[in-house]
Design a protein around this ligand. Structure first.
Ligand SMILES: Nc1ncnc2c1ncn2[C@@H]1O[C@H](COP(=O)(O)OP(=O)(O)OP(=O)(O)O)[C@@H](O)[C@H]1O
Ligand SMILES: C[C@@](O)(CCO)CC(=O)[O-]
Length: 916
């Protein structure tokens, strides 16, 4: 069996990858021209001499190699793709040999095996959480003494470097440290350690720098390792670790361990890493340049920033003595953990994630994520602030990154606009960005202040005073909500009586298991915002820019009760304002109008309006007749009512929402429905708010309306088929009303016939009939067919709906179908009798799908409005492998990022819902 390449037999891979790694002595004898190449050239120039002349290193995706006398026999021991990578990296590290392993932590594990029981490992006290965890394990299970000390001060190390007390075998260093960017003098420490312990190994985790910026082997250190997952690969699409060594005896030991354990990097990952390395210097140059801007920006706003690129960094000189750049990780302190969570939660372009070094930028809170495996007490002892935010800068356009960061700081309330600043013109700013990016960023930072300073200057006081005089809200008066409000409401299916219900006929409807989910979240920038990712809405308005002057004088003495009618002037003004968002489609515009209308009317005055973002998404198809607008309206109404304390957020142990609160929500949801539907009957919001199945009669012309629960409904299976033909409920409802006006002699008898259908259906579904189940279903099927033909006569069917009716009625299915909701496209509903065989159902679904429709099997009668009551759980937290607490990610973020198909599991995961 071959062993992996070691200096002694380093030729294993090099016979096909021309240039073997040259030792310093070899170099002197015959200096190849490539030895003068600079780092970027070396990165990009992978020297392959493949048997077929492949110009990129091939992937030898094989476990075994044939023949007994070849250079390779088994990939655990050696593989040409891995060997190619290792040889390439050896040139970059200035190493005799590098080794590619499965992760950075595997590297550390391998290196730590060089320490024997009874020996001591001296490590830093600000170091990666995973390193800390492995060292702790080694201490408790390996009989090794592990000491943590401040490696940035040689004086702090000296008390431990005493051969009579500690048998130091290994000193483990990071510089800069992660996440506090502290600097250790690698050369000085190495000299001191070696003078006292000639046999000791100085090991450097160089991941924060990469060999591009820092080459500790040149400073006398013995072993360097990197998490290849970070800058070397640069794309977060693989896990890898690299060990680089100069001393041949250590190389042999490491090679032995890798071969014995089988921790070498797999061929495909070796290929990916080799590919990533080629662009490393290019990526890092860009990442560092942007990091410098971000650090300057935060620093000039008065945050405590840790970044060696800043002149204020206490060990900047030492850093630049041993490294050529400051890297692309920085951290800063806000002074408030909740504020930091809000900043991180508001970021969009900066992804919330552990790790660093990729082309995309990341933001995290180390204490809750990458360093969570270090206990809170130890974190405190080591001076790691809980509110620390770490930024890992990628290659995006710096202006986009700054926009996003600034937006997050603003909406979290970490900064406020500097009222006395007069900004540069757009073109001046653009010119400055090109000519002097650092001046540009400092200029940009002048536009903002930390809130504590906001009112300190005379000028600000003056501006605030003037603003107040003009009736404009100065920033200090911004209202918001204390915590996120999370709600959810279902759609509905109308079984009998749609359209007719608008004219006073009874209709029968039930909630479905498709829902709208929403989060109302606080912000501190005086804006009100709406985000509806599934209809591409992302809009915000200054609260002061809303047409407050048009608010109707509230006729109700009870402020929490919704108005009966819309105010046309206010509605028109909101429509005008919203239409300025020209990027929004009709659906999005309507969603904004309904939201802002309720927002303004419920607040009643600008001074009462909270700065909030409403985020909604749904697994309900929109405008398909399944009551998506009612579900949305219910979510808007209930969350705003809680925000204004018009209804109480239920207590954790409360089983249901009270009847009076339910009615209040229903009233406001109805008002929003009026914005979206014109003249709705109120059945959709009644079902969405209350859930279950109901017989609903609108009060018309002084006749009393009613709402009765139907309890014989629940086990009936329905197939909802979305024709995917778009239509608009408002227009269809208006069309039927116009027809009734024009042809009462045609329409009124139809309405009467539908009333009879609903009456009979109510009796059948009330749960009080003695009819056999089979008979009941048969009768319902007949009523469905009759109701559909009445709706067709009212002119609200559509050829696509008729196709669904025909396909389900055809042999062998013979099922009854009608349109549901407003018609004109949208959904059809088919009753599935109990004995209908599953194979036939599968066949029917298949047939409908082939015709381009979307069938969805449901049972009816699920819960209505749900309000989330439990406080943050484990499920809200960034999942991290560090077994730590995890950062609490605002629900707004998790909701926004959850795919529609997974919304149901999202709501189950967060748990703690109280329903009506
Ligand atoms: N999840 C949602 N997020 C934001 N807005 C929504 C959402 N669902 C519905 N809407 C708003 O409601 C409007 C859809 O109302 P429409 O009445 O046409 O459909 P529907 O309620 O699904 O159908 P029906 O009333 O016939 O049951 C959309 O244009 C949009 O403005
Ligand atoms: C068409 C209609 O009857 C149902 C829409 O889901 C309108 C309404 O009742 O508001």
């Amino acid at each position: 069996m071959t062993t992996p390449s070691t200096p002694a037999d380093s030729s294993l891979a090099t016979s096909i990858y021309s240039e073997s790694v040259v030792s310093p002595t070899d170099k002197e004898q015959a200096k190849p021209r490539s030895d003068n190449w600079r780092f970027s050239t070396l990165c990009a120039s992978v020297d392959t001499k493949d048997q077929y002349g492949a110009s990129s290193t091939p992937i030898y995706q094989t476990a075994t190699f044939k023949g007994l006398d070849g250079q390779y026999d088994y990939t655990r021991s050696g593989n040409p793709t891995r060997g190619g990578l290792e040889n390439h990296l050896a040139r970059l590290y200035g190493a005799t040999q590098t080794f590619a392993l499965s992760t950075g932590m595997t590297c550390l594990d391998t290196i730590l095996r060089l320490v024997k029981p009874g020996e001591t490992v001296l490590a830093g006290d600000d170091l990666y959480g995973g390193t800390n965890r492995l060292l702790t394990y080694l201490g408790s299970h390996g009989g090794v003494k592990v000491i943590h000390a401040d490696t940035t001060k040689i004086e702090a190390l000296r008390p431990h470097l005493k051969p009579e007390i500690n048998n130091v075998k290994m000193v483990l260093l990071e510089s800069p440290t992660n996440p506090l960017l502290k600097i250790a003098d690698l050369e000085e420490i190495t000299k001191e350690v070696k003078s006292l312990y000639p046999e000791a190994l100085v090991v450097v985790d160089n991941t924060m720098m990469s060999p591009y910026l820092q080459r500790p082997l040149d400073l006398g250190c013995d072993i360097v390792y990197d998490s290849g997952t970070k800058y070397l690969s640069g794309h977060h699409d693989l896990m890898a670790g690299i060990i680089a060594v100069k001393r041949t005896d250590i190389c042999k030991d490491i090679a032995f361990l890798i071969n014995s354990v089988g921790s070498g990097l797999a061929p495909f990952d070796s290929f990916l890493l080799l590919r990533g390395v080629k662009t490393m210097s290019l990526r890092m140059d860009r990442q560092m340049a942007t990091s410098q801007l971000v650090a300057l920006y935060l620093n000039s706003l008065g945050f405590l920033v840790h970044y060696p690129g800043l002149k204020s960094h206490p060990k900047r000189d030492i850093h630049y003595k041993q490294a050529t750049g400051a890297g692309a990780v920085l951290s800063f302190v806000t002074g408030d953990k909740a504020l930091s969570e809000r900043i991180v939660g508001s970021a969009r372009l900066w992804g919330i994630s552990v790790s660093f070094g990729a082309v995309n930028s990341l933001i995290s809170m180390p204490c809750l994520m990458s360093h969570a495996s270090i206990s809170a007490a130890v974190r405190a002892e080591r001076g790691l602030p809980e509110n620390l935010i770490r930024l890992c800068v990628g290659i995006e356009d710096p202006r986009d990154l700054m926009d996003d960061l600034e937006h997050s700081l603003l909406s979290a309330g970490a900064i406020v606009p500097n009222l006395s600043y007069s900004p540069l013109s757009h073109s001046q700013s653009a010119e400055l960005y090109v000519s002097d990016p650092e001046a540009w960023i400092l200029e940009r930072a002048k536009g903002f202040k930390r809130p504590s300073e906001a009112n300190s200057s005379v000028m600000d006081k003056l501006v605030s005073g003037v603003k107040r005089g003009l009736g404009i809200n100065p920033n200090s008066e911004i209202k918001t909500i204390e915590e996120e409000i999370v709600v959810s409401a279902p759609g509905k299916v109308i079984l009998f009586g749609e359209h007719a219900v608008v004219h006073g006929v009874t209709a029968i409807a039930s909630s479905v298991n498709l829902r709208c989910f929403a989060v109302l979240s606080p912000r501190s920038d005086g804006k009100v915002a709406l985000e509806v990712p599934n209809v591409n809405v992302e809009a915000e308005w200054e609260i002061s820019s809303l047409p407050w002057g048009l608010l109707p004088v509230h006729s109700n003495t009870h402020r929490h009760v919704a108005d009966k009618d819309l105010d046309p002037a206010l509605l028109q003004a909101i429509e005008k304002l919203v239409h300025e968002h020209s990027e929004l489609g009709k659906t999005g515009l309507n969603s904004c109008i309904a939201y802002l209308y309720l927002y303004m009317v419920m607040a009643g005055a600008e001074s009462e309006a909270p700065s909030v973002t409403f985020t909604a998404t749904a697994n309900l198809p929109i405008s398909a007749g399944l009551g998506s607008s009612a579900a949305y309206s219910t979510c808007v109404a209930s969350s705003l009512l809680i925000a204004h304390s018009h209804i109480e957020k239920p207590a954790q142990n409360q089983s249901r929402l009270s009847e009076s609160d339910t009615n209040i929500v229903d009233g406001w949801a109805f008002l929003a429905e009026k914005v979206l539907h014109g003249t709705p009957s109120g059945i959709d919001n009644a079902v969405s708010v209350r859930g279950g199945a109901v017989a609903f009669t609108k009060s018309v012309g002084g006749r009393k309306g009613g709402l009765d629960g139907l309890h014989g409904f629940s086990s009936i299976r329905l197939l909802l088929t979305n024709t995917l033909v778009p239509r608009d409920t408002k227009t269809l409802v208006a069309g039927v009303s116009a027809k009734r006006l024009a042809e009462p002699q045609v329409v009124d008898p139809i309405l009467d016939a539908i009333q009879s259908i609903s009456d009979e259906a109510s009796t059948l579904l009330s749960g009080q009939t003695h009819a056999e189940r089979k008979e009941l279903i048969n009768r319902l099927e007949t009523l469905i067919r009759e109701n559909h033909s009445h709706l067709a006569n009212l002119g609200v069917s559509h050829p696509s709906l008729e196709m669904v009716v025909a396909a389900t009625a055809a042999e062998p299915f013979g099922l009854a179908t009608k349109l549901t909701g407003a018609g004109g496209g949208g959904c059809a509903v088919t009753l599935i009798p109990d004995e209908f065989p599953q194979v036939s159902l599968d066949e029917l679904i298949n047939t409908l799908e082939k015709q381009g429709f979307q069938p969805h099997l449901t049972t009816v009668g699920g819960p209505g409005l749900g309000i989330h009551v439990s406080s943050s759980t484990k499920e809200d937290k960034v999942r991290n492998s560090e077994e730590g607490e995890g950062m609490v990610v605002p629900k707004r973020v998790t909701l926004r990022d959850t795919p529609i198909d997974s919304l149901h599991s999202w709501s189950e995961r967060i748990g703690g819902w109280v329903h009506t």
